[in-house]
Design a protein around this ligand. Sequence first.
Ligand code: GLU
Ligand code: ZN
Length: 295
Amino acid sequence: MNQSHYIGRFAPTPSGFLHFGSLVAALASWLDARAVGGRWLLRMEDIDPPREAPGAQAAILKTLESYGLEWDGEVVYQHDRHDAYAEVIERLFRQGLAYACTCSRKQLEGYSGIYPGLCRNLCHARDDAAIRIRVPELTYRFTDRVQGDFEQHLGRDVGDFVIQRRDGLYAYQLAVVLDDAWQGVTDVVRGADLLDNTPRQLYLQELLGLAQPRYLHVPLITQPDGHKLGKSYRSAPLPAEQATPLILRALRALGQGTDPAMVASTPAEVLRHAAAHWDADAIPRSLTLPEAQLR
Ligand code: GLU
Ligand code: ZN
């Protein structure tokens, strides 16, 4: 790989503060980029203002700074990208690749979350409608750098998905694909909760003629009983004064060797050491840890 060609990114949604799970994802992404001298970009995915937590954007930037996770260039805000999203939606709609859906939530009850295509051939006008992408009856597969081979049949397992909501808000699937391509992202490193979103994104990339990045999905942390990390813990913000011990803990979660003497180091020193020894092959596919050990 040509080292200067690596472009990674962290793309937080400001619906809440960074928690330990976000730190694991951000750290993996940062280290994967820095280990090869690549760039690391920061994109604020603020496409859903009603779900935004007041102060979350500033808090996220501050936490990244206090944890030494420096980004390159200016922060990209998705609220500045609306024209680009609108243009692509208009094109897909004109080409018949996307269509307007007027179904109410009530009408869709009982369909187990997979849209049954009720509006597919009804040629509704765009006003007061959601826009859905017409998915092919095909299996999309890719090889994740940690999770291995993953495949999903878009028609059967996902259905025609929304790219613009009825209230006009743009959907994550479209925005993420357009922005990763626009920013030249070569490597997506993020949490495994997004693994099963990837085939939709591959399809959009194919449809729009965009390059496909490599993917690495870091393990989600589950408790020994199989439950996801408790809500209270997930939403606890990361304290700046705990940066070094929490980075060390996140490194262990990522299967990276740590030197106990490093608790006395600054976050920047720990990160520099970790980047020099980064081994993506050591990342476990899943992670079970009692909450108490994470604190
Ligand atoms: N904004 C998404 C989130 O915070 C992540 C997007 C991505 O990394 O693809 O869950
Ligand atoms: Zn519909």
